[in-house]
Ligand binder design. Sequence first.
Ligand code: 5BU
Length: 275
Amino acid sequence: MEKSKQINCLPSKLSFLKRATLCKNLAAQRLCAYIARKQTNLVLAADVTDSKTLLRLAEQFGPLICLLKTHVDILVDFTADLTEQLRAVANKHGFLICEDRKFADIGSTTQHQLYGGLYQIAKWADFITAHTIAGASMLESLYHNPYQNNASSFSSPGIFLIVEMSTIGQLADSEYARKSLIIANQYPDLIAGFIGQSTFNQNPQYLQLTPGIQLTASKNQDGFGQCYRTPKQAIQSNGTDLIIVGRGILEAEAPYQQAEIYRQLAWAAYKDNVS
Ligand code: 5BU
């Protein structure tokens, strides 16, 4: 019997140190260790459009976060040098990097998007995000680096499968979530966890991340359908492990202080869960 099946309670009731021993994905194990050591389950969504600002945010918020979530395809000045600098800042402050690329294509195309092209994501990201819409075959393709006979022999980052989204009218339902979990279980060493809004995962080897977080709950506040819930709602009512915050921090009057407030709220909610 798998170790994780012996644990008979919701994943969010277990400490991150315990979860680290249950995760089969190596990057997820490292993430749990960072979370426990730094006492932070806060992820910063660094949605900015130039490299200098991205590096500044990584440096500034590095001490407060466990994971930096990027969208490198919105940068106007992306270079490979940026990713090296970003990795150095991540190592210095002890956080990991997730490129929120939301892969969703057929396997053959996805391989090239992950391992090749301008961004060479697999070379520098600890995690990526992917939709399950294309089915298990797409994940199968990610195991294989089509360039590995060349200079690049790196393997796939850990994957967070997107099971449901934070927008009004998003299409994924509980059946989609159930089937996504089945797919995840076919690739336990590759899948680090899920991105979603509700409680759908009972397996502590997977981490759950939730975006759409602000200090006040709201619907469609940005006019483009984004819905927000509070850190406490996400962690205590919806059983998530990590909160992802972007504009709630970046657009605050005092962003660093605001990030610390999110960190404290999220950490207190986690501690309540495991107590
Ligand atoms: P915000 O500024 O906190 O609303 O940013 C949220 C971030 O999370 C942003 O980078 C989105 O791309 C990302 N996101 C999301 O908002 N909702 C989702 O369902 C997923 C990702 Br998946």
